[in-house]
Design a protein around this ligand. Structure first.
Ligand code: PLP
Length: 430
C-alpha cells in the first residue's frame, strides 16, 4: 500500500480540545463584558441578546453570571431532547471523529439511514425521497424550486397564507407574509399570493389550474401558534389534487414529534402532502433540514443538476438527526409531549390574565389580556424561565419534549407573579 493510503497519525504536538481549551480561545467575562464584545462584532439583526448562555443540561441552561433558567423555548423548537443529551452528544462526537464532511459527490451510512427513517416516519408512499439542507429556509427554497418544476406558462401561481412564516432567504421570504420582513428586500421572486388564513371559501376562490403549489404550515408558529382546522387541511388536500397543484406542508416548527405526532398533519386523517419541509428539531440542536417529496411523480420533478448544496446532509448533521429521532422514538417523548403539553394548556387557560391558549403537544401560544408579552419575557428571565413573545400580546412555549410535569408546574407556579410584574412594567410611564 502506498504511503498516501496509510492511516495518518495526529501531527506531533496537536492537542485534543476540551472545554478548558475553548475558554482560552474565547476569553472570559461577565454577561456585560460579553454583550459589549457582541455589539462590537455581530451584525445588529437580532437586537441585543437577552442573556449570554454558557452551558446547558436537560431542560436547563446557565448564563455567564451563573443564573439558571428553565428553557421553555428550546432554541425555538430546536432542542427537542434538551441540552447536551448524552446519546446525541456521543453520536455526533463519534461521527465527527470518524468522518465529518464529504460533499455530495459521496454519500455515507447516516445520510441514507436518516432519509429512510424520515420516509418511514412520514408514512410516505413508495418513490418518496429526501433532500437535506442546513436550515428551514433552505428546505423552503428547495420546495419553491420543486413548485417551479410543477409550473408551466399557464401554471405559475404559488399560494401561501396570511400570517405565514417560511424563512428569510429570498424564495422563502416571498412566501412569508409579514410586510416588515418583506418590504426592505423587494423585489422578491414573483408569483406568490397570500390568501386568508383557515378560510376554505377564500382558498376555493383562489384555486384553479394556474396554481403550481399551495404552501402552508399546519400550525403557524411565528404568527403565535395558530393551528389550521382539520377541515381546512382536508380542503387544501382536495383542492390541490383537483387542480394539479402541489400541497407543500411546512413542518419546520410543527414537525419532529413536537405535537405528539411525528408531523402535525398526521393528526388529520387523509391529509398526505406532496412535499414537506423540516428543520428545527430534526438535528436536536445540530443544523439540519430536509425536503421530503412524496411519491414517484413528485420526486421526479427535480432531476440531477437542478439543485444542490455543499453542506446539506453531511455525515455529522445526519448522525445528529438519526440519533435524535432514535431517542425520540424510544424514550416516550411523543406521549410526553401530549401529556405535559395537555397539562400546560389546561392550566394556562385557567390563569388570570390569559385570554386564549392555542397549539398542540408542546407547541403552545398564549394570548395575554394586554400588550405586555415582551415585558413578560423579561420578567420570566428574571424569575429563571426562558419564554418568547411572537406578538405584542402573545407568548410562545416550545420547550424540549422531555419537559417533566414538575418542571411545567414550576413555571405555572411562577407565572402569576411574572404576568403581574409584566403588566405593571407595561403600564408604568416611560
Ligand atoms: C423557523 C421556520 C422556518 C425557517 O427556518 P430557519 O432554520 O430559521 O431558516 C421556516 N418555516 C417555519 C414554519 C419556521 O418555523
Amino acid at each position: 500500500m502506498s504511503e498516501a493510503h496509510t492511516e495518518q497519525q495526529a501531527p506531533e504536538g496537536a492537542a485534543s480540545a476540551d472545554s478548558g481549551m475553548l475558554d482560552e480561545l474565547t476569553g472570559s467575562g461577565s454577561g456585560a463584558d460579553w454583550l459589549a464584545r457582541y455589539t462590537g462584532s455581530l451584525l445588529g439583526v437580532f437586537g441585543i441578546p437577552q442573556r449570554v448562555l454558557v452551558r446547558g443540561s436537560g431542560c436547563y441552561v446557565w448564563d455567564a453570571d451563573g443564573q439558571q433558567y428553565l428553557d421553555l423555548l428550546g432554541g425555538i423548537a430546536v432542542n427537542v431532547l434538551g441540552h447536551a443529551h448524552p446519546f446525541v452528544t456521543s453520536a455526533v462526537a463519534g461521527q465527527l471523529a470518524t468522518l465529518g464532511h464529504i460533499s455530495n459527490f459521496f454519500t455515507s451510512p447516516t445520510q441514507v439511514a436518516l432519509a429512510e427513517k424520515l420516509i418511514e416516519l412520514a408514512q410516505a408512499p413508495s418513490g418518496s425521497r429526501v433532500f437535506f439542507t442546513n436550515s428551514g429556509t433552505e428546505a423552503l427554497e428547495a420546495a419553491v424550486k420543486l413548485a417551479r418544476r410543477n409550473s408551466t406558462p399557464e401554471r405559475h401561481r404559488i399560494l401561501a397564507l396570511d400570517g405565514a412564516f417560511h424563512g428569510r432567504t429570498m424564495g422563502a421570504l416571498a412566501l412569508t407574509s409579514k410586510e416588515a420582513y418583506r418590504k426592505p428586500f423587494e423585489p422578491l421572486p414573483a408569483g406568490v399570493e397570500h390568501v386568508a388564513f383557515d378560510d376554505v371559501d377564500a382558498l376555493t376562490a383562489a384555486m384553479d389550474e394556474t396554481v403550481a403549489a399551495l404552501v402552508i404550515e399546519p400550525i403557524q408558529g411565528e404568527a403565535g401558534v395558530r393551528p389550521l382546522s382539520p377541515e381546512y387541511l382536508r380542503a387544501a388536500r382536495e383542492l390541490t389534487r383537483r387542480y394539479g397543484a402541489l400541497l407543500i406542508l411546512d413542518e419546520v416548527q410543527s414537525g419532529i414529534a413536537r405535537t405528539g405526532r411525528w408531523f402535525a398533519h398526521q393528526w388529520v386523517d387523509g391529509v398526505v402532502p406532496d412535499a414537506m419541509t423540516l428543520a428545527k428539531g430534526l438535528g436536536g440542536g445540530v443544523p439540519v433540514g430536509a425536503l421530503v417529496t412524496f411519491g414517484e411523480e413528485v420526486s421526479a420533478l427535480i432531476s440531477a443538476g437542478q439543485h444542490g448544496t455543499t453542506f446539506g446532509g453531511n455525515p455529522l448533521a445526519t448522525a445528529a438527526g438519526l440519533a435524535t429521532l432514535h431517542v425520540l422514538e424510544t424514550s416516550g417523548a411523543l406521549q410526553n409531549a401530549i401529556d405535559v403539553g395537555g397539562y400546560l394548556r389546561e392550566q394556562l387557560a385557567a390563569l388570570d390574565g390569559v385570554v386564549a391558549v392555542r397549539g398542540a403537544g408542546l407547541l403552545i401560544g398564549v394570548d395575554l389580556d394586554g400588550d405586555h408579552a415582551a415585558a413578560a419575557v423579561q420578567a420570566a428571565l428574571t424569575a429563571g424561565f426562558i419564554i418568547n413573545a411572537t406578538g405584542p400580546a402573545t407568548i410562545r412555549l416550545a420547550p424540549p419534549l422531555i419537559l417533566t410535569h414538575e418542571q411545567a408546574a414550576s413555571f405555572l407556579d411562577a407565572l402569576p407573579d411574572i404576568l403581574a410584574a409584566a403588566r405593571t412594567q407595561q403600564e408604568a410611564p416611560a
